[in-house]
Design a protein around this ligand. Structure first.
Ligand SMILES: [Zn+2]
Length: 252
């Protein structure tokens, strides 16, 4: 009896193999899914190349430094290659890796970014994160070299849209130590500074990560200019409280 049930089930399940109409429908569906995946991948490749260009043109990424990744699916990540001059980055040079950093798809000879471990750690810490952007913004990084904490109290945009930007202790670039140095900080922040090195920003989209990076660098630049003009006058504490209360009101 059990054998008969299993046999009938198998026939029902496999019925599309011998039904030309069902078979055709399955093939069309598979081609559609494949094209949809390829379309999404291509769109995200363009987004990475575009964001890279914005960063290069505004001096946030220079030379072969900096790297960008996007989560395609749970176990697939699109990432920039290591060691290439960023002004020349092309769509086809981006690689696809899995969560262990193994290459699934890529152009011969190209390796994923040397900071891939740090990107993967960020994705591990925050499931909702879909994009990670590592840059070398000069003003923000200069703060870490001078031992000055990131100023969160000088302009309203930082209070409203960026929040605290903690600084991770120095760790050698490209190492597991660097990846681990950011893991705790990432749980509650979308932007982090890496001592004597650069920055890491994340978002649900790559645009969100880019917005955080630009906002952070602008605030650091304003801080630097004001400091050189004479002195820093932060926003009054009551105003910061008001701004924070307005965020809570918007969220509730
Ligand atoms: Zn770096």
């Amino acid at each position: 009896m059990a054998f008969e049930k299993g046999f009938i089930k198998m026939l029902l399940f496999r019925s599309w193999w011998y039904d030309p109409y069902q078979l055709k429908a399955r093939v069309i569906q598979a081609i559609y899914e494949m094209k949809k995946d390829k379309g999404l991948e291509q769109r995200l490749r363009k987004e990475i190349v575009y964001t890279n260009r914005v960063c290069v043109e505004s001096g946030l990424i220079r030379s072969s430094d900096g790297n960008i990744s996007i989560r395609l699916e749970d176990d697939r990540f699109l990432v920039t290659p290591s060691g290439l001059y960023k002004r020349r980055l092309k769509l086809k040079q981006l690689l696809i890796v899995n969560h262990q950093g193994e290459i699934i798809k890529g152009q011969g000879g190209l390796k994923p970014s040397s900071e891939l471990l740090m990107h993967l750690e960020a994705y591990r810490q925050r499931e909702a994160i879909r994009a990670v952007l590592h840059a070398h913004p000069p003003y923000s990084t200069a703060l870490t070299i001078a031992g000055i904490p990131f100023p969160t109290d000088i302009i309203p945009e930082v209070v409203l849209a960026l929040g605290d930007v903690p600084t991770a202790p120095y760790a050698t670039p490209g190492t597991q130590d660097l990846a681990l140095s950011i893991s705790d900080l990432f749980k509650n922040h979308n932007a982090i500074l890496l001592s004597n090195h650069g920055s890491l920003t994340v978002g649900k989209t790559l645009e969100e990560a880019l917005l955080a990076l630009e906002r952070m660098e602008l605030a650091a630049q304003m801080y630097y200019l004001a400091y050189n003009l004479g002195k820093i006058i932060p926003l009054p504490e009551e105003e910061i409280k008001r701004l924070k209360a307005s965020i809570e009101q918007t969220l509730s």
